[in-house]
Design a protein around this ligand. Structure first.
Ligand code: HEM
Length: 353
């Protein structure tokens, strides 16, 4: 009997070792793994946790070792019964796809620390190895080394032109400034009318204005003549005259508090600036003493004295009608030009002119 029992035990061991794993119950498989046999292939669905948990694997080994010890201490009959039970339960054949399953998440190399038992679920590691940080290049040249994220230009150059999903590069800025369209337009009626007619030089002999418009007819035109202005002595500028001929000045050269005089033509003729007398001149019915102004006259003393002792209205108007004599000569006002008492004013005035 002892020999038979030992033989059964030996046969059971041989069967367990030689039998396909898929036909064996789980605890025998675990037992075989504990003996260092083929890697365990579970019957149930493969899960990454089952294959990637070394902690559980170690637990299984512990269970297997416990079972082994229990088996060794058990009787041969129990072993035979378990063998018979395993024979009756026909497990499914091993899946051929098991070996072709994609690699599951690689189990991280956990450090051999004391808290290994607490960390049951390992952290998944990235499938790809960490490479260098991709570099970006903005130059149009091809990148010297391949990078994971190429530059925009390199990407655009590598993209096929026929691809509809490729975004075209932005247009380059136009170096030339935009040009305005022709004005007037080619079909404009302004061109149909032709060029503007030549209306001749502007009236008055003035330089043609830039705007092409003629001066208003009410503006008196300045005669286009050479200037007859003279060099004035120092202190005899128009500004100096304005300073000495203010509203409170009296340049009549008459006795103080003398009222405005009624100047007859004979009186005016006698004031011609000769023989030490002042020169008077009538302008539009008013008589002025022009002697104080002679050194300030821009046209010179000689030109001014052409109207001394006379009615210079016509002469004055021929040269500079724009000059405001009433303001300039207010301090030199003698009085009003009146007719001769005997009615000779008209003929005398004609002679004076
Ligand atoms: C009280 C009477 C007069 C006053 C206040 C006066 C005033 C002036 C003034 C302010 C100017 C400068 C004008 C300018 O810069 O455009 C001037 C210029 C001139 N005046 Fe008189 N004037 C008087 C009478 C006369 C008379 C009677 C004559 C000649 C007969 C005369 C002949 C001239 C001449 C030739 C010029 C130079 C014009 C030029 O070439 O620009 N002036 N006068």
């Amino acid at each position: 009997m002892g020999v038979i029992g030992v033989s059964l035990i030996v046969v059971s061991f041989v069967y367990v070792l030689a039998c396909p794993i898929g036909w064996l119950p789980r605890w025998i498989v675990d037992f075989k793994r504990g003996l260092g046999g083929a890697p365990a292939i579970t019957e149930g669905p493969l899960t990454s946790t089952a294959k990637a948990e070394p902690g559980r694997d170690e637990d299984a080994r512990d269970n297997t070792a416990t079972s082994t010890a229990r088996d060794e201490a058990g009787s041969a009959t129990e072993t035979v019964n378990r063998k018979a039970q395993g024979s009756r339960e026909m497990p499914p054949p091993p899946r051929p796809m098991t070996a072709q399953q994609p690699p599951a998440i690689k189990a991280p190399s956990l450090p051999e620390s004391t808290d290994e038992e607490e960390q049951i679920t390992p952290k998944a590691a990235p499938a790809e190895s960490k490479g260098p940080v991709p570099t970006f290049s903005l130059s149009d040249d091809a990148p010297s080394k391949p990078s994971r994220a190429p530059s925009a230009s390199a990407w655009a150059s590598t993209m096929p032109s026929s691809s509809s999903s490729a975004m075209p590069p932005p247009p380059r800025p136009n170096p030339q400034p935009p040009r305005l369209p022709q004005f007037p337009a080619a079909n404009s009626p302004q061109i149909a009318r032709g060029p503007a007619p030549d209306r001749g030089p502007p009236a008055g002999g003035l330089a043609p204005p830039s705007g092409g418009l003629a001066p208003p007819p009410t503006l008196a035109a300045k005669p286009n003549k050479p200037s007859k202005k003279v060099m004035l002595q120092p202190g005899r500028s128009p500004l100096d005259w304005a300073r000495i001929s203010g509203p409170s000045s009296d340049l009549r050269n008459l006795p103080p508090n003398t009222p405005y005089l009624r100047v007859t033509p004979s009186m005016l003729k006698a004031q011609n600036g000769r023989k030490g007398t002042d020169a008077w001149m009538a302008l539009n019915g008013k008589v002025y003493n022009i002697s104080p102004y002679a050194e300030y006259h821009p046209g010179g003393k000689g030109e001014l004295m052409r109207g001394a002792g006379k009615d210079g209205t016509k002469l004055y108007g021929e040269i500079h009608p724009w000059v405001n004599y009433e303001t300039m000569m207010a301090a030199c006002l003698i009085g009003l030009l009146v007719d001769e008492p005997d009615g000779k004013r008209g003929s005398e005035m004609d002679e004076m002119d």
